[in-house]
Ligand binder design. Structure first.
Ligand code: CP
Length: 304
């Protein structure tokens, strides 16, 4: 495939290739001497972000630099988008400066798909509205594989604001392709009606979800995407769905805690859980660089 627009376009074998490449790049990143390879030294990549980001933007940039690519960064808020320039004009102007690949985050679902039909460059989706966040799902599944040796047969509960989450959709698609079972859990108002069509279990009781799963992926309440009238108050949400140490210690098994970040500490998860030895939150971030190196390296090998 020329682009990475969503997990839906990947086969299980593609994900396997990405994981194998990520294994090799993790060795490079952990090397005490040279943390760089020359693989992309003839490639220029533009990171264009129309929405805020810490982890995704920095880890794409680090991955590109570790692969020896040339990198330019574009934040919409400080660009001529504020003067009314369109998405296609913006990207075509960046491409006129001889850019080969575009990594884009955008608030509108399908923005990457739209762009891939109108411009002549490889596109990597770094999150498009509430649609997909493919590299996040890949690094999440890779972190599960690292913890357990395999993703197949694992039970993963995705807990929280499923309705507004691109992480949830990409994780469901990726985990199913790798043979895991998936449950979503949260308030009924934050679980979309179509969710059963994706073949996931639905649970409204946090304790039941935690007792079922091997891995709990705790999602952030996306305050920036809420229609407030459908939303339980944050206090209600924390009372019913917040994960704290007391609940975690009351389970009859040790589960793994994940979170894509940014964490709303004290809302969906308490600090003592986020920072506990059961949490792999920072391992996810570390793996994000190796996964993004793997994705960029494999996409570059598909260039015309
Ligand atoms: N997980 C994630 O996408 O974080 P950022 O929004 O900080 O990139």
């Amino acid at each position: 495939t020329k682009h990475l627009l969503g997990i839906k376009d990947l086969r299980e074998s593609d994900i396997g290739l990405i994981f194998n490449a990520a294994d090799r790049f993790k060795d490079v990143l952990n090397s005490p001497v040279i943390k760089k390879v020359p693989s992309l030294r003839d490639i220029t990549i533009a990171n264009i972000f129309f929405e805020n980001s810490t982890r995704t933007r920095l880890s794409f940039e680090l991955a590109q630099k570790r692969l020896s690519a040339d990198v330019v960064n574009f934040a919409a808020s400080s660009s001529s988008v504020s003067k009314g320039e369109t998405l296609i004009d913006t990207v075509n102007n960046i491409l006129a400066m001889k850019v080969d690949m575009v990594v884009m985050r955008h608030p509108y679902p399908g923005a990457g798909i739209f762009l891939s039909r109108h411009i002549n460059a490889q596109i990597v989706n770094a999150g498009d509205g509430a649609h997909e966040h493919p590299t996040q799902a890949l690094l999440d599944a890779y972190s599960i594989r690292e913890r357990y040796g395999d993703v197949a047969g694992k039970k993963v509960a995705i807990i929280g604001d499923i309705l507004h989450s691109r992480v949830a959709l990409s994780n469901i698609l990726c985990l199913h392709k790798l043979g895991a079972e998936v449950m979503v859990c949260g308030p009924p108002t934050l679980i979309p009606k179509y969710i059963h069509t994706l073949g996931v279990k639905t649970e409204y009781d946090l304790r039941k979800a935690l007792n079922w799963c091997d891995v709990a992926n705790m999602l952030r309440i996306q305050l920036e995407r809420q229609d407030i009238k459908y939303f339980p108050t944050l206090r209600e949400y924390t009372m019913l769905y917040g994960l704290n140490k007391k609940i975690l210690d009351s389970l009859d098994k040790e589960i793994t805690i994940m979170h894509p970040g940014p964490v709303n500490r004290g809302v969906e998860i308490t600090s003592d859980v986020a920072d506990s030895k059961q949490s792999v939150i920072l391992d996810q971030v570390e793996n994000g660089v190796a996964i993004r190196m793997a994705v960029l390296y494999l996409l570059a090998s598909q260039r015309d």
